[in-house]
Design a protein around this ligand. Structure first.
Ligand code: NDP
Length: 608
């Protein structure tokens, strides 16, 4: 079948990029979807995927290498510099003869022109221990591991049935005959075009339009209800007068706050680290100094209080502060949308390039908008909102003491403040881990994140403290012990899960993770499949939810409002899990299905 006005035709054999990587495999073109501008291609292992034209190359651009094997650059390069590096030292045997070539950033950096030669080999069993089989746990001596230990003894048919594909260095080949290929360095770099977002999330245009209006209204509504004596969600409190929502001086304070945090962000203190690789293989640099920013903020506020500046201002102007923050997030989102029209195409976020103004405004088109070195998304992710949340909490504790004539904040208020402080300080302490969060690696920077960072986080996450100012709750000692224990459990799960994953992503060969089993994927990355990541697919979400419950309990059971956070987080994380699942299935194909079969529950063991 001819496919008019397309570069490739049905039946053509071309080189196709494996999604999420810079590796090219030989694929056959099956069809072309003109509407979505996607080719359906089939890889030699039978995997069918849809690819953009920009991810496909003419096979004439790949030529057989004339270099001898001993001179192969891949063999000269250290393993640690290989982007397709796999943690496995596979014991499987070669049956496939599909070879790939990779040119990681070859045009940009001469030394990276060295070609890494890897090839697809079937992996006898997807589950294996990390790093070396010598780390295999004896108690896990199940059939799976037995197969893994002795794949060479498998019958050929079984190999085919059970084969999974994994990237392996050619030096592991043994007697295989490589059809070595390297991509010819092209004279003209291909013009990258961003893929059009066709699968719209959050209910599409209408959904994000409603959310853009409803989310800010929800925050303001909750704040109004929270300050009422009857904080029932069913109550209909009088609407605040419009002029009580706006104060230019308060707006000035919010702008000052943002500028102050921006100033701390650019201070040349703290180490500089590289983020996750972008689509073009580059890694952006980020300075890790949030903890310094927090300490300096506390010092500045301490000095302000010492000079008789009343932090109670925050409590008495709470609504106005929220409205001003909303305005800042809207202005920022408009700026982000406008500048994204001129952004480099291949650095746009995959989910924010639909062509619909409202949708792209909400989702954000640019992945990492920067002004010089100033990363707008990363700045907002941790600083003004999270530090602001803690400052609001502290102001609420002061307001409680003033209102109820207390010498100290109530135990409930202290618990809420301490739990939140622990959570935020933990995020700051593990600042590097944030670089692998979906917000940074996948989502564009638009209204969703700007509003979330500047208004939603500081003003809804502090609702428990705000609630306690107006609704004191006595806590008995057993309750205090029970709540603290719950928070410790949640925090331990949350921290351990995030640390394991971040550590694994940064260094899959980390000796502290060698006891964990992994599933290899065709991208070269593996998935953890034992320990917490073998319990559920998102143990970090589980820990987060347990903590959220512990934060609400100090407020008692009179109203549901302080439980808003745990309800919201449950909805958010269930939805986020589904989004992540869809992305991982796209990225990892059948390996992800194997993972899901192995780890059946998503967030709560045996429940969900
Ligand atoms: P994760 O940090 O869990 O990241 C998901 C990614 O991890 C996947 O896309 C995949 O990326 C990788 N991954 C998934 N499974 C495995 C595995 N088995 N082994 C190795 N890697 C795996 O998700 P989020 O960014 O959503 O969340 C980060 C943290 O932020 C969580 O603790 C969450 O609870 C918290 N959070 C809190 C919110 C709040 O409002 N309080 C809101 C949202 C998140 P890849 O393979 O490409 O590396």
């Amino acid at each position: 079948m001819r496919m008019p006005s397309t570069k490739f035709q049905s039946g053509d054999t071309v080189m196709g990029r494996w999604p999420g990587s810079s590796l090219f495999y030989e694929v056959k073109v099956l069809s072309y979807d003109a509407k979505n501008q996607l080719y359906t291609v089939i890889y030699k292992d039978g995997t069918e995927l849809e690819l953009r034209e920009a991810d496909m190359k003419n096979p004439t651009g790949f030529k057989p290498s004339r270099r001898s094997r001993s001179r192969s650059p891949s063999r000269r390069r250290s393993r640690s510099r290989s982007p397709a590096r796999t943690t496995r030292r596979s014991s499987s045997r070669t049956v496939s003869s599909t070879f790939i070539a990779e040119t990681h950033n070859a045009r940009k950096e001469p030394k990276l022109k060295e070609v890494l030669e890897v090839r697809l080999v079937p992996v006898a069993k997807p589950i294996e221990n990390n790093i070396n089989n010598k780390h295999e746990k004896t108690e896990e001596n199940d059939t799976a591991n037995k197969v893994n230990e002795k794949p060479a003894e498998m019958e050929p048919e079984k190999k085919v049935v059970e084969s999974r594909y994994n990237l392996r260095h050619r030096k592991d080949d043994g007697d295989a005959k490589p059809a070595e290929q390297t991509e010819e360095v092209e004279q003209k770099p291909a013009v990258a075009t961003a893929p059009i977002t066709t699968e719209l999330e959050f209910g599409g245009r209408l959904g994000v339009f409603c959310m853009t209006l409803l989310l800010p209204a929800t925050v303001l509504g909750l704040m109004v209800v929270c300050s009422q004596e009857d904080a029932s969600l069913m109550s209909s409190p009088p609407l605040p007068a419009l002029d009580s929502l706006w104060d230019l001086q308060v707006f000035g304070m919010v702008v000052l706050w943002l500028l102050f945090q921006a100033l701390l962000y650019v201070l040349p203190v703290g180490k500089v680290v590289e983020g996750m690789p972008l689509k073009n293989g580059e890694r952006l640099k980020y300075r890790m100094n949030t903890l310094y920013a927090f300490v300096l903020t506390v010092a500045a506020l301490g000095a302000a209080v010492h000079h008789k500046i009343d932090l109670g201002y925050i409590h008495s102007h709470f609504l106005q502060l929220a409205v001003s923050s909303l305005l800042c997030s809207v202005l920022l989102s408009v700026y982000l949308y406008v500048r994204s029209r001129w952004a480099t195409q291949d650095l746009l976020a995959p989910g924010g390039n639909s062509g619909s103004v409202i949708y792209d405004f909400f989702m954000g088109s640019e992945l990492n908008p920067r002004i010089k070195g100033f990363d707008l998304k990363y700045f907002c992710e941790l600083r003004p909102g999270l530090i602001g949340w803690l400052v609001i909490n502290a102001a609420m504790a002061l307001a409680e003491m003033q209102l109820h004539h207390l010498d100290y904040p109530s135990p409930a208020m202290i618990l809420v403040n301490c739990f939140h402080l622990l959570y935020v300080l933990d995020a700051f302490w593990h600042e590097e881990g944030v670089l692998s969060y979906m917000d940074i690696t996948h989502d564009g920077f638009g209204f969703m994140l700007a509003f979330g960072d500047l208004m939603w986080v500081p003003f809804t996450f502090s609702l428990q403290a705000y609630y306690l100012v107006h609704h004191p709750n006595h806590l008995s000692l057993p309750w205090i012990v029970g709540i603290v224990t719950l928070n410790v459990i949640g925090f331990s799960i949350f921290r351990k899960a995030n640390s394991q994953k971040n550590c694994f992503r940064r260094n899959p060969s980390d000796p502290t993770l060698s006891h964990l089993k992994t599933i290899p994927t065709a991208t070269g990355k593996s998935l953890l499949v034992s320990g917490l990541w073998g319990l559920v697919r998102h143990p970090n979400y589980l820990g987060d939810l347990i903590m959220a419950l512990a934060w609400s309990l100090p407020c008692g059971f009179t109203h549901i409002l302080p439980y808003f956070y745990v309800i919201y987080l449950s909805i958010l994380l269930v939805h986020r899990e589904a989004r992540d699942e869809a992305q991982c299935r796209r990225k990892y194909g059948s390996a992800w299905d194997d993972y899901c079969r192995e780890v059946r529950y998503r967030i709560i063991p045996r429940v969900y």
